[in-house]
Design a protein around this ligand. Structure first.
Ligand SMILES: [Zn+2]
Length: 141
């Protein structure tokens, strides 16, 4: 699932490299993609060249479900740069497949007062140029 960013959304985009391309472009196909160690099965985020669990270097991109739980969040009211729309929810979510994979994201498609710690969420992508930013929205059962 994806949707276009609004023209007023002047998001600062990440620098896409060979190391993180799977993460920022996986949304083109509607999937959240993380590196996984082929030696021990550990999922890494953010991407690094070496597995922190077994020090293996045999890492490959692999899709995950995109389902997660809100671990913590804050509501940002500060327009940190011109064009940034506020308020918005800045959250850390824990992936179902491996809760110690924590993704910093925004909670979208949800009234701000309804966001809760422990809330079930799912990934939704917004495309900006050739980057697909993963956001999270309330889970549809
Ligand atoms: Zn490993």
């Amino acid at each position: 699932m994806s949707e276009s960013g609004s023209p007023r959304d002047h998001r600062i985009l990440p620098k896409v490299t060979a190391t993180n391309e799977h993460y920022w472009r996986g949304g083109e196909h509607g999937t959240l993609v993380l590196l996984r160690c082929r030696s021990c099965g550990y999922r890494l985020h953010p991407p690094t060249p070496v597995c922190p669990q077994c020090l293996g270097r045999d890492l490959a991109p692999e899709a995950v479900s995109g389902r997660a739980t809100v671990a913590t969040f804050t509501i940002n009211h500060q327009p940190w740069y011109p064009g940034l729309e506020v308020p918005f929810v800045l959250a850390i979510v824990e992936l179902d497949e491996q809760p110690d994979v924590r993704i910093t994201t925004n909670i979208v498609n949800c009234p701000i007062p309804d966001v809760r710690i422990g809330m079930r969420v799912q990934v939704v992508f917004r495309a900006y140029d050739d980057v697909w930013i993963p956001f999270f929205e309330p889970e549809v059962a």
